[in-house]
Design a binder for this molecule. Sequence first.
Ligand code: ADP
Length: 149
Amino acid sequence: MERTYLMVKPDGVQRGLVGQIISRFEQRGYKIVGLKMMQISREVAEKHYGEHAGKPFFQGLVDFITSGPVVAMVVEGKDVVATTREMMGATNPLKAAPGTIRATFGVDVGRNVIHGSDSLESARREIALFFRPEELVDYGRAIDAWIYE
Ligand code: ADP
């Protein structure tokens, strides 16, 4: 089953949105297989956002993502990478579709409360960057028979 990396950013943690954000993925039927709070180092932040190195917002982005704790998770389920991106909404919350996480909770591109992998390849890379293999849990849920046909 597909897995993705999701992270409530420091603004989401400070604003007390962790529970509501995690709930959305649980309610959709997705299974949390890894979950932790952590403070990201600059080194890891620069690696995570490496594709944006050199862009005008890069330093601000690294400053921001390292400015306070984040809640990192690995979530598993059918088509989870694309579907959680849809649930998050567009990068700029003002452009995000109504009802999405970013539209519900944000107005600024630099304070968009959540990160989610944008492809299977970045999901694999980001899961490996933030979680050790033994931090991920394999388990079944009785409710899966009511979520998947
Ligand atoms: P996403 O998080 O939707 O995958 P990107 O990978 O393009 O988006 O950008 C990573 C993060 O960098 C965004 O979530 C946002 O917080 C920040 N960001 C992107 N573009 C800008 C911008 N033009 N100005 C400020 N911050 C930005």
